[in-house]
Design a protein around this ligand. Sequence first.
Ligand SMILES: NC(=O)c1ccc[n+]([C@@H]2O[C@H](COP(=O)([O-])OP(=O)(O)OC[C@H]3O[C@@H](n4cnc5c(N)ncnc54)[C@H](O)[C@@H]3O)[C@@H](O)[C@H]2O)c1
Length: 408
Amino acid sequence: MIEQSRGDTENSRPKSDVVIIGGCGRVGLPLGIALAARGMLSVTLYDIDRAAVETVNRGELPFLEAGAAEPLRESVRDGLLRATTDAASVATTENLIVVVGTPVDEHLNPDLGAVPRALERCAEYLRGGQLVMLRSTVHPGVTALTERLLERLGTTVDVAFCPERIAEGAAMTELFELPQLVAARSQRAGDRAEKFFRTLTDKIVRMEPEEAELAKLFANTWRYIKFATVNQFWMMANDFGLDFERIRHAMTYEYPRASDMPGAGFAAGPCLLKDTLQLAAFTGNNFVLGHAAILVNEGLPLYLVSRLERRFPLSDTRVGVLGMGFKAGSDDVRESLSFKLRRILMAKARETLCTDPYVSDPRFVDLDEVMRRADVLVIATPHRDYRNLVTDKPVVDLWGITGRGVRA
Ligand SMILES: NC(=O)c1ccc[n+]([C@@H]2O[C@H](COP(=O)([O-])OP(=O)(O)OC[C@H]3O[C@@H](n4cnc5c(N)ncnc54)[C@H](O)[C@@H]3O)[C@@H](O)[C@H]2O)c1
């Protein structure tokens, strides 16, 4: 660990072993906590979100992340982890990680500039000899774009692309268990990034930057297409009057070639759709499989409502939507299809009552009220809280968490 020096020559800021740009986000914060708590590194989280920075400096998580609360509290208490909105903190380290968000825009185009812009914003604090590790999920070519930008700025830094591959909610185990992809154009940059990530894991896979950019996008898109496949199977079985979960069970039971088949459900969240769209843009919008998967997955809420319309007089029906987070146990609502479902129902049903134990939103009501007032219940997010619902009202459960079948 680099010794903390209160009297940094230029700006009296403490030195850090690593500064994470975008460090108070869903990915940056668990990474920072892991590096501080397990790696015993001194970590600075630089972020433009003042509220998140203040929350972290109080030793509190701004969002749910299993197993992260205690090590965060301890790391802040022990002075190993601090958050700041001060861009000059970037100058206090040899090791920089960039993990800002890389969303698609309102027209579904990827923004190739998100990562370079984040570095440009703190360009005056970059120092020669630093190692800049890009960790956001990026459109292919962004590492090269960033390298060119840094060259133009006249900074001689090493650049590596080391994508984050954790699933939200599992970061505090996966950061230590998943192999880390390390990609760089120069041997020295690769060696430095490898040495850095050995703080977390011994499993390192060295690659070229463009290979790693595609590896990350292919992995997310592969998952998204798998979900689309089962969602389409579910619709086929459902239209045929059959319970897809019984078919899936038969297919996967002691049958290794289908054993990784997921169940049906909303394929949502901040990454899978966005990264499929990044690949679609990369292939000149000619990604037939990817676009088909988007049609299926994004069309699922509308399909569900069309099924409800067949079974119930919707304009006279109060529909309860259980779960607004994008996945089980999560308070993250980014790209949650529950909201799409809500929007469609609000145009068609007598009333739409939404609830979620992890997400607070003034538009939502508590579960008891939904259970009391709704005529039909739709499990939109498979929170474990809904596994043992006691009700004689109709429940639509395409996830199959209640064991009542998945027909809609
Ligand atoms: N969320 C996931 O499960 C997950 C998993 C793997 C990879 N990723 C990728 O990681 C990246 C980050 O995702 P996330 O979910 O953590 O996003 P996020 O929005 O939760 O976090 C990004 C953080 O960056 C901060 N930020 C934005 N611009 C900044 C700037 N110029 N300087 C400093 N801070 C800035 C934001 O305030 C925010 O706190 C994305 O590329 C995403 O695709 C996400």
